[in-house]
Write a protein that binds this ligand. Structure first.
Ligand code: BDR
Ligand code: CA
Length: 311
């Protein structure tokens, strides 16, 4: 049983990551869900996370709102991908479960300090909350079992030619996290662009026939539309659930231990993850960068797990 905190900015694919985690109660203990500003504003990510908990019948999960903007740069949201609500494509009712009063950063700190065996952090949005927690309370560092994050790219960016959205949105936070000396696993665009929501895969999810499955298929059809067209792929990349799938079935993935630096100076390449894939420098490895996924295995896992959720 791996205790995890999911730090997210739902976002349709964040929502599917949450659902996949809820569908694995034997393997993952979701200690809490923290939200951050990213795909949409903080108020919406905090509301959306609770909508998704309720969709999965998990109103017992504690949801905390965190930082309302990146640490240094202004917030640039992505409604052009995710729609006005951040969860367009599913018509989920307003949540009745309450948002926790504690700030997400304080929850992350208190949970880590109070946990004997350590907790794995699963960020699927900008790294603001995680970095602020590290700065506010450095004693958490040895308590972090690992950070498995969606963000960055070895190759081309997506938000800019150089950078992926989560790292681009708060590159300074990313730099803090990547230089913290904790065990990091990076699942970037190189891997998520192999995990495509083809019409067949979405049909298999829809065919489950539950409200959860209908919501997932609807959301991914909505958010995928623009990306599939834009990238000219057979479907849209499914980003954030890769983080949870990695915890559940690491054998579906492969990568290498390398050094990753974060660009925070040049406006042209701001937020680029500079991955030393070929060992061109003598900088020691600070991350496991994943570059391969068994996409059929991943979608089989996702579909089989979603079918377990009653909602
Ligand atoms: C990442 O950015 C957001 O649009 C998604 O939720 C994902 O976390 C992909 O670049
Ligand atoms: Ca996200």
């Amino acid at each position: 049983m791996i205790p995890i905190i999911i730090d997210c900015d739902p976002g349709q694919d964040d929502a599917v990551a949450l659902l996949l985690a809820f569908a694995a109660p034997q393997e993952l203990e979701v200690v809490g869900v923290t939200t951050v500003a990213g795909n949409v504003a903080l108020e919406l990510t905090a509301e959306n996370a609770r909508k998704v908990c309720e969709l999965a019948g998990r109103s017992d999960v504690k949801v905390f709102a965190g930082c309302p903007r990146p640490t240094v740069r202004p917030l640039r949201t992505a409604e052009h991908v995710h729609g006005k609500t951040g969860l367009d494509g599913a018509d989920l009712p307003a949540p009745t479960m309450k948002l926790q009063d504690e700030h997400a950063v304080d929850f992350i700190i208190a949970t880590l300090l109070g946990h004997e065996d350590g907790v794995t952090l699963c960020p699927t949005g900008p790294l603001t909350n995680i970095a602020v927690a590290m700065v506010k309370e450095p004693r958490i560092l040895p308590k972090i079992s690992g950070i498995v994050l969606m963000g960055g790219a070895i190759g081309a960016g997506s938000t800019t030619p150089a950078a992926e959205f989560n790292i681009y949105t708060d590159p300074h936070a990313a730099e803090t996290v990547f230089t913290a000396g904790v065990k990091l696993t990076m699942l970037g665009l190189d891997v998520t662009h192999q995990a495509l929501t083809t019409p067949e895969r979405l049909a298999a999810i829809r065919a489950i026939g539950t409200p959860v499955a209908a919501a997932v298929a609807g959301m991914l059809e909505f958010s995928g539309k623009r990306n599939a067209e834009r990238f000219g792929l057979a479907g849209a990349p499914l980003h954030d659930p890769c983080v949870i799938a990695y915890l559940l079935a690491p054998d579906l993935f492969a990568g290498r231990e390398v050094h990753v630096a974060i660009e925070t100076a040049s406006e042209l390449t701001m937020g680029r993850t500079v991955v030393d894939w070929w060992g061109s420098t003598d900088r020691p490895a600070n991350a496991t960068v994943i570059d391969r996924i068994d996409a059929d295995g991943f979608f089989a896992l996702l579909t089989e797990r979603l079918a377990r959720l009653e909602g």
